[in-house]
Design a protein around this ligand. Sequence first.
Ligand SMILES: Cc1cc2nc3c(=O)[nH]c(=O)nc-3n(C[C@H](O)[C@H](O)[C@H](O)COP(=O)(O)OP(=O)(O)OC[C@H]3O[C@@H](n4cnc5c(N)ncnc54)[C@H](O)[C@@H]3O)c2cc1C
Length: 462
Amino acid sequence: MTSRMPTLGTDPLDTLRTTISGSVALPGEPGYDAATPWNLAVPVRPRAVIAVESAFDVVTTVRFAAEHDLKVAVQRTGHGAVPLGDDVLLVYTARLTECTIDPGTRTARLGAGLVWQQVIDAAAPHGLAPLAGSSPNVGVAGFLTGGGVGPLVRTYGLSADHVRAFDLVTGNGDVLRVTPDQHAELFRGLRGGKATLGIVTAVEIDLMPLPSFYGGALYFDGADAAAVAHTWLDLCADLPEHTSTSLAFLQLPPLPGVPRPLAGRATVSVRFASVADAADAEAIIGALRGVATPILDGIGTLPYTALGAVHADPVDPMPSHEYSALTRDLTHEAIDALLAVAGPGSHSPQTIVELRLLGGALDREPRHRSVFCHRDAAFSVMVIGVLAPPVADAVVPHTHVLDRALAPWTTGTAMPNFAATGDPARIARTYDDDTAHWLGALADEHDAHGVLRVGQVVRTSR
Ligand SMILES: Cc1cc2nc3c(=O)[nH]c(=O)nc-3n(C[C@H](O)[C@H](O)[C@H](O)COP(=O)(O)OP(=O)(O)OC[C@H]3O[C@@H](n4cnc5c(N)ncnc54)[C@H](O)[C@@H]3O)c2cc1C
């Protein structure tokens, strides 16, 4: 790290520019657009983008903001971007790329700028695997501070339950190593609290001895959606913990990268990821092959490096709108209700309407408490609509239709990773009242000037 003496310039940000080893980019300057979020619909227009290279850079930014009455937000990929305006300095973490795999302890130390595929690829030569999310392009720190529900969630639980330590910069500008024993209250609050308690610069996690898994996705024609969805729900009823699954109604555009059989039509995808041996997993999955003939069959023993193939989430940045919910147990009436508003022939404008089975290991309290609430939800609902013609105007109103249709089963709660918003009412849905109060009070203690009071954070009302 190089540190230079501050010099005076016409813009106070010149002081920051000359003090940190990373870079400061104002609107129109090179580097500003690097922070264009994956979700292009979210207006991320901070005063400056601070591409940090060290914890020192983050501390300096936080202290600078406190002195100049500015806020500080953090972003890596913008998969969970929140609107930011010109009262905000945006800490952009992409240059924090430390990645150390320790095969002996089966752990990894990861800079906050890594995305999951980088970690997956680094761990794979050792036969080890991180508990990544469905999209390998999501950032490690954003995912883990939101809990992290990955394709193997029913087997291993929340990814954040497998964190060993965080390096944290608080709103007070303190640099802390946070573990179950050091700053234990922060260790609890960082797992599920997003950036409420500070900016994570590095994280240490457990790795699983998992060179491969059995799974992937079966894709069916939209005409088979009802039969497939009802059979899938039956299969969910007593699915062993060694297997996780989700179902998605898809309307993928005919764009490069979208497999031809799936492009420009309604399809339904059933995803599996199992750590059982292939024969046991196939015995479960085979039930679906009897219902209809898949138009694409991507199930098999896959190297862990292909984890992203399970959900095949969209890769390229796009203007999108998300809707999410958690549900209690779903009935066949719920499937019919969903088919009516989001299935083939419903004129749904949504690109992806996903039901993810939860439960299993997720539903057990981990060894170390976290602020991730609502572990007992049975399913998550995740809807992504693309805000582009010809459906741009229909996407948001249709989420209200979906919401009403599913109301008999939804719990009114949400998971932090699927609640990218600065709206306190929506953030409140991700925690129970006691947890939100505890988290907000802890945040106030570690951020006396309210520097981090922006975006998806929990605070007391003062
Ligand atoms: C296509 C898609 C698939 C997804 N799949 C899953 C999934 O399978 N499971 C799941 O749990 N989630 C999933 N998500 C949600 C995703 O995990 C969250 O949006 C997450 O916040 C993304 O992290 P990021 O750093 O890439 O995003 P960013 O938009 O860069 O960050 C989002 C937020 O994360 C927090 N954050 C980011 N970096 C830091 C940091 N260094 N320190 C502290 N806080 C930080 C901040 O609150 C920030 O506003 C998915 C999202 C999309 C769009």
